[in-house]
Design a protein around this ligand. Structure first.
Ligand code: 2IT
Length: 441
């Protein structure tokens, strides 16, 4: 860790993600001298390769714009590179390295054979027209297509990249590669190889995981209040399933503030989240404008200021800090499942764990998204399409398996379950064993 800190002193998110995993696996690592001999950790913390490219496109005013594009192929020990693309103004190599590193362990937890990757651009979708989004996606693919393939590297969506963007990206990929294998990207439209339930999968899977966690702790989600952050694809899926399971979603949020919904979110409001996301306005206030009787907007506040039983960060890394965790606990919150990647700061996780709050990390909770991408790849490779029921059954089974793996590796001598350790050790053991068996490469 000290060596990495010296070498990558500017890469805060990457160092944070690596530190959490290395702390979790220390004891297990020391029990396996063969890992040390093969320098598994030294190899595992470095991406296999990073592609960096310039993306130039023309905006609606006719002005030339230039952004940077990246693809971080992190680890291929258990399968081809797999992970999303993030379009956000704050994207840096550090951010994508942390996400690719996390993805490697998350994908290992899914039970499916997928390595870890991440990519994206510092392109800011906020305020962009559909035509600008299309031209950017096409320009991005002009470079990316050489790096990817259905058996090499399979990108998908992440923050700022949803079904619309995947459509534009796939259209350009076909033109360039003259390859018509839809398996090169996941999160596609339902009529051209997309899996039913992929849009819902991250949020649904997160709620299935939360159900298992609560059940193990002798609790039930029925009738509980849930505060979640964001209003994008992940928050939408989480709100949908939370409501279906009988919970009351009383807060959603955006970069502009929080919307409190004291009587619980309605189906119409959940549908409106999709409209808000597609508008590229990035303002949660729009919910309160549309539903003034049901939602109250407070600028500058987070969902963590709202009294709730269960907190579900669904937006961005480090969106819930130590002070937020203290505020939640003071307001009676007793469970936090991280749905965003690294949504909680180390201080927040420490605060939750030392106060006996049920806590589970993103790489376990949100793995249903990429798992369903894996199911999409399977359907594409066999030229078939499963029903919603079939996909949902498989997603259920995968989330249950991930929960069991966390329990297996995370149960402490005093009987309590450390889900952070459990997820990290379970993912690590699978990747490390595969690396060991494949020799020094
Ligand atoms: O963080 C994630 O797991 C994703 N953005 C989904 C990746 C994927 O390949 O479906």
């Amino acid at each position: 860790m000290a060596k990495l800190q010296a070498k990558y002193s500017q890469e805060k998110e990457y160092l944070q993600a690596v530190q959490e995993v290395l702390e979790s696996i220390e004891d297990v690592y020391n029990q396996h001298p063969e890992f040390e001999k093969a320098k598994i950790v030294e190899r595992l913390v470095e991406p296999d390769r990073i592609f960096t490219f310039r993306v130039t496109w023309i905006d609606d005013k006719g002005e030339v714009q230039t952004n940077l594009g990246y693809r971080v192929q992190f680890n291929s020990a258990i399968g081809p590179y797999k992970g999303g693309l993030r379009f956000h103004k704050a994207v840096t190599p550090s951010m994508l390295k942390f996400l690719g590193f996390e993805q490697t362990f998350k994908n290992a937890l899914t039970t499916l054979p997928m390595g870890g990757a991440k990519g994206g651009s510092d392109f800011d979708p906020v305020g962009k027209s559909d035509a600008e989004i299309m031209r950017f996606c096409q320009a991005f693919m002009l470079e990316l297509w050489k790096c990817i393939g259905p058996d090499q590297d399979i990108p998908a969506g992440d923050v700022g990249v949803g079904g619309r963007e995947i459509g534009f990206l796939y259209g350009m990929y076909k033109k360039l590669a003259r390859e018509y294998n839809t398996g090169v990207l996941t999160g596609k439209g339902a009529t051209w190889g997309g899996s039913i339930l992929r849009p819902e999968a991250t949020g649904f899977g997160a709620l299935y995981f939360t159900q298992h966690l609560l059940h193990k702790a002798g609790k039930d989600i029925q009738g509980k209040t849930v505060a979640l952050s964001g209003f994008g694809n992940v928050a939408w899926g989480a709100a949908t399933k939370a409501k279906q399971l009988g919970a009351k979603v009383i807060a959603i949020s955006g970069p502009d503030g929080v919307c409190q919904i004291p009587d619980g979110i309605t189906d119409e409001m959940i549908d409106y989240m999709l409209v808000m996301r597609a508008s590229n306005r990035n303002k949660v206030e729009d919910m309160a404008v549309k539903f003034p009787e049901l939602a109250k907007f407070t600028p500058g506040k987070k969902s963590w200021s709202v009294k709730c039983d269960i907190a579900l960060p669904c937006a961005f890394q480090n969106e819930l800090n130590g002070d937020d965790a203290k505020e939640l606990i003071a307001n009676g919150t007793w469970c936090c499942c991280e749905v965003s990647n690294m949504g909680c700061t180390p201080e927040a996780i420490h605060t939750f764990q030392s106060n006996g709050i049920l806590f589970a990390p993103g790489k376990a909770v949100n793995a249903g998204g990429v798992a369903t991408s894996g199911l999409e790849m399977t359907q594409n490779a066999s030229h078939i399409s499963w029903s919603a029921q079939e996909v949902d059954d498989k997603l259920h089974f995968i989330m249950q398996s991930i929960h069991e793996a966390c329990v297996k590796y995370g149960t402490q001598p005093d009987g309590h379950i450390d889900y952070v350790k459990g997820a990290n050790i379970a993912g690590f053991m699978k990747v490390a064993t595969a690396m060991l068996e494949q020799g020094i490469i």
